[in-house]
Ligand binder design. Structure first.
Ligand code: GLN
Length: 471
């Protein structure tokens, strides 16, 4: 049987296009592994054997027909359970939707299906996307494949754990305040939160609509760019998608970093574990050696990021979750977990008459200042580099009884979300056996540049080759 433990999308696609392996064999190997390891990791809520086998068969027919294969044809992927999948149960990680089977696909799902991917399952997540650890799932916590006693990060917890453990080669995620970047950082993976509006949100269960961004989690930068090529772009069903033409994100990805100006925001190097700061600084030194120029810069409103986010986000959550009344679909609101209830109550308060101006409106004004911080620095530098999280993956249970300390895990990821700019998490080493990630943040629609910088660093370090030891 084929060894799938070191594959990436690129190497698997090579094997498929050279006819060295059949899509059905590849799918079978991933499904076997998913069944075997899901008991340990709890990364999938649903494993979709029948769908996967059918999709793989179709790809094999194309191969027999000698047709040219799309780069994603036959590639096994996981889909976060927040994405509507026609005929496949979609729970959002909540018991409210335990039995909900959508009648249509999210745009991202239909674009991926059209490109020939094989969906191996729906991945576990913090219910509705609320969380930074994966522990708020109503279907049980997901474990970190690098240390089963620790969290994988959230809310796209199952997506990251499944890719890191080689149960699929990529997975979709959503990022409202860090939910792609955080689990990618804790699981040694590449995860991009694109510019707000670059990827369609149609058919994805809404969390906080002015922040929700859709992206992907992969082992390598190149793989990530391959998927964004398929999913990015205008969608007539989502009026917030941008009509701006989509770049070819893999083209010239190897252009290097000579002359690229990298800013180091000083506020992001305060209040973090010293070990993390050291890893980021050594990564930045590698980029300098490759020709990048470093600049110390400041984003002065960073300290207001978490409080601003935790007013805007629950306000929008309270509005979006109001539709789950048990009348049209799903169970009713008694099934909401503690975190969803907390956010609904908080958000209802901050939006209520008499308090709206003091909270939501004021937070939106501070959000503007945070956005202006980024606009100003991007006149001087091309990208920013900083940590993704202030600590390495923490122990399961460590923060779950203290929501405020959980919210503080978002300290470095919420400002790019509030500003709407893209940010890429890139693996940058290990503390013991625990992965560390850094963010590369750029101006609106600079995804191509972020991949270019990420690729240059990744080629020097190849952290993605260090996979967890699970069997
Ligand atoms: N940790 C953040 C929160 O709980 C971000 C979640 C997300 O991006 N979906 O709101």
């Amino acid at each position: 049987m084929i060894d799938i433990e070191d594959l990436t999308i690129k190497t698997a696609a090579d094997l498929l296009s050279k006819r060295q392996i059949k899509a059905q064999e590849l799918t079978g190997a991933f499904l076997d592994r998913a069944h075997k390891l899901n008991k340990k990791l709890n990364s999938f809520i649903t494993i979709t054997d029948d769908v996967a086998i059918k999709q793989a068969k179709k790809v094999d027919e194309l191969i027999v027909d000698n047709q040219k294969l799309n780069p994603l044809a036959g590639i096994p992927i996981g889909v976060k359970d927040l994405f509507s999948t026609q005929g496949i149960r979609t729970t959002a990680g909540s018991k409210v939707l335990e039995n909900y089977v959508p009648v249509y696909d999210a745009t991202v799902v239909s674009r991926l299906k059209d490109s020939g991917v094989v969906i191996v399952g729906k991945t576990n997540q913090d219910a509705w996307g609320h969380g930074a650890s994966g522990e708020n799932s109503d279907f049980g916590s997901t474990c970190n494949p690098y240390d089963l006693t620790r969290v994988p990060g959230g809310s796209s917890s199952g997506s990251a754990a499944a890719v890191a453990a080689n149960l699929c080669l990529a997975a979709t995620g959503t990022d409202t305040g860090g939910s792609i970047r955080q689990p990618s950082s804790f699981c040694n993976l590449v995860g991009l939160k694109p510019t707000y509006g670059r990827v369609s949100r149609y058919g994805i269960i809404a969390m906080a609509s002015s922040l929700d961004s859709i992206g992907h989690i992969t082992h390598t930068v190149y793989d990530n760019a391959l998927i964004l090529n398929i999913t990015a772009g205008y969608d007539q069903f989502d009026s917030t998608t941008s009509p701006k033409p989509v770049d070819d994100y893999t083209k010239d990805i190897n252009r290097g970093v000579k002359g690229i100006k990298v800013g180091l925001p000083k506020e992001y190097f305060e209040s973090l574990d010293p070990g993390i700061g050291e890893k980021i600084i050594s990564a930045v030194k590698i980029l300098e050696k490759l020709g990048a120029e470093l600049f110390d810069i400041s984003l002065p409103h960073t300290e207001y990021g978490v409080v601003t986010y935790y007013i805007i986000q629950p306000s929008e959550v309270s509005s979006n979750l109001a539709r789950y009344d048990g009348i049209r679909f799903g169970f009713d609101r008694e099934k909401f977990g503690a975190e969803a209830k907390r956010r609904i109550i908080l958000g209802t308060y901050t939006l209520s008459a008499g308090y709206y101006d003091a909270y939501y409106l004021k937070a939106m004004k501070v959000r503007r200042l945070i956005r202006e911080d980024f606009e100003k620095v991007f006149k001087k530098v091309d990208v920013l580099i900083c940590p993704t999280l202030p600590t390495p993956p923490f122990k399961l249970g460590e923060k779950i009884t203290d929501p405020l300390s959980m919210y503080l895990a978002d300290i470095f990821t919420v400002c790019p979300s509030l500003a709407g700019v893209p940010s890429l998490n890139l693996p940058c080493g290990f503390i013991g056996d625990l992965p560390v990630g850094m963010q590369i943040i750029g101006p609106d629609f600079s995804e191509k540049l972020l991949y270019q910088v990420g690729y240059a660093y990744e080629q020097e370090t190849k952290w993605y080759q260090k996979r967890p030891d699970l069997i």
